[in-house]
Design a protein. Sequence first.
Length: 90
Amino acid sequence: LAADDESSALNLLQHKAGAQESALLMDVELAMNMSQPGTAFTEVGEGRFRCGVIYCANARGNFCCAKRASAVCCGPGARCHDSNGLAMCL
């Protein structure tokens, strides 16, 4: 019985870790989709800076719009807006 309990606990931990990983991937996808086109990337690289779970292109006028629940990359001329904790480029 103890082995079954340990096995169940291990399965629960693995499931929880998988769910957290999926949630992070959804956050990355959402941040990419909400960023202005051509400003956001999923991996670090030369000429990029960290913005929440993504990276912004280090080009003139690009900036990170970070709010309580999210961060997105905005391009030149945009304004950072807080929509109930979600970052938005306007």
